[in-house]
Design a protein around this ligand. Structure first.
Ligand code: PAF
Length: 283
């Protein structure tokens, strides 16, 4: 089936209705475009699991706290559509802003304390915007399964909680972060890095990996783990945060007594990169 591109909610619903009636599972990969191999891995998994794959491409203004970030977000629609076609995606949903938000929403999703730390602390309103658009997309697509990358671990935890709190009948599938050979997590934002910045960018991955090794080696004091890891970041780079949190609630821990998530955000020039490492201490 050739890839169909639709920008209208009504047309998308009309296309998916017979698919659902025929009993095919619908797999959904929500994206903001600028697709890379990380997105490709989500689409491939959806392709394996489901009879009909829907990819949405929508740069959601509600989740940007800075206008420059929204305006500068990479937009590569032709390449995105070519990738979707090459991976056998049946439907691309690429709505305009007016289709998703015909008027500013009066009702939004408040994610509470799960957004108090990590990215939520530095990007006020970001996760309200993410949860609101994801809830809307879930209502529009009504997929059986939806696929998200573990690189955005706080987002994934919040979406799992959203689905549980609102009894949304969709299975959330988290997929491992795809990395370059030097450890840098794939991100749409990587394309903004200059060649010099690109060389330095894996420093966040190395610091996270060092923290993970310490935890797996038996160190339990979160402050000590953090101090050692942060020392690996050169002083001319701004580490926005580097925290060790509970992987479900996203609340910081002082002692590592079970599985945790080590997560960080760094500014490389004018580009903000995030990454994380799950870690489990020895018995
Ligand atoms: O991860 C993203 O690309 C976005 O936050 C998402 C989930 C598509 C919502 O806009």
């Amino acid at each position: 089936m050739p890839t169909e591109i639709t920008s209208s909610i009504a047309a998308l619903r009309a296309r998916l209705e017979p698919v659902r009636r025929a009993g095919a599972a619908i797999g959904f990969v929500p994206t903001m475009g600028a697709l890379h191999d990380g997105h490709a891995s989500l689409i491939q998994r959806a392709r394996e699991d489901c009879g009909h794959v829907v990819v949405s491409i929508f740069v959601n203004p509600l989740q940007f706290d800075r206008r420059e970030d929204l305006q500068g977000y990479p937009r590569t629609m032709d390449a995105d559509l070519a990738l979707c076609a090459s991976l056998g995606v049946e439907t691309v949903f690429a709505p305009r802003e007016g289709e998703m938000y015909p008027r500013p929403p009066a009702c939004t999703v408040d994610v509470g304390g799960m957004a108090d730390h990590l990215c939520g602390r530095y990007r006020p309103g970001h996760f309200r915007g993410v949860a609101t658009v994801v809830l809307k997309l879930f209502q529009i697509v009504q997929a059986n399964r939806a696929y998200f990358g573990e690189k955005d671990a706080q987002q994934l935890a919040i979406i799992r909680r959203l689905v549980s709190d609102f009894n949304i009948p969709v299975v959330i599938v988290g997929m491992p972060t795809v990395r370059e050979a030097d450890g840098l997590a794939l991100s749409s934002r990587n394309r903004r890095l200059s060649p010099e910045e690109r060389k330095e960018a894996p420093v966040l991955f190395r610091a996270l990996d060092a923290a993970r090794s310490r935890i797996e080696g038996g160190e339990r004091d979160a402050n000590a783990i953090r101090r050692h890891a942060v020392a690996l970041v050169p002083s001319h780079r701004t580490l926005e945060y580097f925290e060790i949190v509970d992987p479900e609630t996203m609340q910081p821990v002082t002692r590592v007594d079970g599985p945790v998530l080590v997560a960080g955000a760094i500014w490389i020039g004018s580009t903000r990169l995030i990454d994380n490492a799950p870690a489990t201490p020895p018995e």
